[in-house]
Ligand binder design. Sequence first.
Ligand code: COI
Length: 361
Amino acid sequence: MSSMEEIVVTRREVSRREEVSFDDLGFGDFFSDHMLICEWEDRRWGTPKIIPRQPLAVDPAALGLHYGQSVFEGLKAYHGTRDGKIRLFRPERNAARLASSCERLCIPVIEASAFRQCVTGLVAAEVEWVPRARGEALYIRPMIFANEGHLAVRPATRYTFVIVAAPVGQYFARYNRALRLKAESTFTRAVPGGTGAAKTAGNYGATLRPMLDAGSAGFDQILWLDAHDHAFAEEAGQMNIFFRLRDEVVTPDLSGTILPGVTRESVLTMLEDWGIATSVRRISIAELAKASQDGTLLEIFGAGTAAVVVPIQSITFRDTVIQGRPGGSALLSERLCENLLAIQHGEAADPRGWTQLVETG
Ligand code: COI
């Protein structure tokens, strides 16, 4: 889909917005009135349509359901605290990542300009659904799945591209405290040569069993380790991970098994702009445990579109507890979160042009 046909819009007669409690949004509990849908057939994307949100027509043998040929994205539209304008945050990064996920899963790529047209079209139709409170946003979830009914394991010939939108708070807001992570020593999220760097459904389904087990043991999330040795930190599933070690911030290098987060990239850039040293490299649990003991591990935090930037209290690996919040240190995670939100809500200068205004008519 390089250049796309005009979007055809059919609006709901009566909005459901009044039914939604905007003072307690959570994450994913509510959806906006409309969705965008576009079908790939005969080797081309058809006309994108914005229609009232409704169930999809899915073949019971859809290859996307059976064999996981399915990719998605996540980005947010923010309400300008001062000017009331609607801003998207770095949508071109999501377009690029979606394209690379599509390549990995043999799904026809949606070009960046078409992606942008569809996302802005839906956001423009749903301006009333963009929450006004700081830190909240309209979360945009584009998704493409193979919708051809067939039983052979092969790329499909038909695909459905949908975008839904959800007014949300920050993903972990309801915890209202720093998170406790379990470093997973049995299960693995991604393997070298696998799909870890793609935003594809299977990467998430495979984490549910270990996540439930970690939850029953009192943890909030999992820190995934490398598949080979279960010795090196990778990512936390819903976000990338950062460690402040003395005067440097370390995050694992992507190496094909880690999702290349847009917030991760933005955090690294902000730190560099502030003159704080960053290091993108492998980092082992042993190194972290030692740094936690000798007091040089000053902070651990996660960063992601849904999560924004969240402090992490501890990481437990078997019997070792790595403390992420030794008392007294000024929190870099708070400064990062604050700066990101200020840019996203149009309160602060945006020197790198990360935000893009949505014409709302
Ligand atoms: C995002 O941060 O947008 C994500 O996709 C994480 C999600 C699975 C909640």
